[in-house]
Design a protein around this ligand. Structure first.
Ligand SMILES: NC(=O)c1ccc[n+]([C@@H]2O[C@H](COP(=O)([O-])OP(=O)(O)OC[C@H]3O[C@@H](n4cnc5c(N)ncnc54)[C@H](O)[C@@H]3O)[C@@H](O)[C@H]2O)c1
Length: 272
């Protein structure tokens, strides 16, 4: 029960595969109370109500690209709980990826929307929390990201830049929130994971299999990612802030694995 007595908000549980869904299940098991939120269009799918019933939580709609939705959500959470201890931002969306627009032929209106929903919303969230003095000291704010922010994965498209921006907001806001309120801010860089957002990326199955073969521990599951999130919401990580933390089975620091050497070697033999 390492989150006993802690109150928070979890953004981004769409269905049972969502990373945020697993975080909600585990946060509940560890004694936390929280509001579940998602875009109104996602709420209409209805699955989130099952999660709410299971975790004894309330569902509140919020399109994270709208200031007024964010305001209302934070006001509601503070009225309900008083100050908050943790917030999870588990949100990503790119219309260019959805429409399969190639990286060198992108629609800029879509790109603005991608950056707004996937990255600027993180700043909007933290700025709203700070203005309303909505976080307890030693509170923890987390967002989920992907290593395409540092290295090129061509099919990840403009989401690479969205994630780079997201990670930068975590560092910069982490400084300001740490100084003024002792609130910590981090991003977790997760392995490819079979979810709605994940599978929307072109060539995702190959992506997934490649990462699994490179990583000494294999790909990290959504359940394990949730456990890592819980540890970062807990009091056991109070001095961790402004970090991008890789939760990827060792992928980020591996050059090549014996499995990939074998595969490439065999391909080389047949091409001779
Ligand atoms: N799946 C992966 O391979 C992977 C890997 C690394 C990081 N991530 C990140 O994890 C996070 C969660 O994604 P997931 O894989 O669980 O997929 P998911 O599709 O279950 O979650 C994405 C969520 O974003 C929400 N969303 C989209 N637009 C919104 C808006 N305007 N307002 C509010 N919410 C909105 C969706 O409704 C959905 O719940 C994302 O940031 C994603 O980039 C995913």
């Amino acid at each position: 029960m390492i989150l006993k007595g802690k109150k928070g908000i979890i953004f981004g549980a769409l269905d049972t595969k969502s990373i945020a869904w697993k975080v909600a299940e585990q946060a509940h098991a560890e004694g936390a109370e929280f509001i579940l939120t998602n875009a109104p269009i996602a709420l209409r799918m209805g699955a989130i109500n099952d999660l709410a019933a299971k975790t004894n939580s309330e569902v509140v709609g919020c399109d994270v690209s709208l200031n007024e939705d964010m305001d209302k959500l934070i006001d509601h959470a503070v009225n309900k709980y008083g100050k908050l201890d943790f917030v999870l931002h588990s949100i990503g969306m790119s219309l260019n990826v959805r429409k399969k627009n190639p990286y060198n032929d992108l629609n800029y209106e879509f790109m603005h929307k991608t950056f707004d929903i996937s990255a600027i919303s993180f700043h909007r969230l933290m700025q709203t929390l700070m203005k309303k003095d909505a976080m307890n000291e030693w509170g923890s704010i987390l967002a989920l990201t992907y290593i395409a922010a540092q290295r090129v994965f061509p099919d990840y498209n403009e989401m690479a830049e969205a994630k780079a921006l997201l990670e930068s907001f975590a560092r910069s806001f982490g400084y300001h929130y740490g100084k003024s309120k002792k609130v910590r801010v981090n991003t977790i860089s997760q392995s490819p994971t079979m979810t709605t957002a994940g599978s929307g990326v072109g060539g995702f199955d190959a992506f997934y299999a490649y990462a699994d073969k490179i990583s000494p521990l294999g790909n990290a599951s959504a359940e394990d990612c949730a456990k890592y999130c819980i540890s970062l919401f807990s009091d056991y990580t109070r001095y961790v802030t402004m970090q991008n933390l890789f939760h990827d089975g060792g992928f980020s620091f591996t050059g090549i694995s014996s499995e990939v050497m074998d595969l490439v070697g065999r391909a080389g033999e047949t091409s001779k």
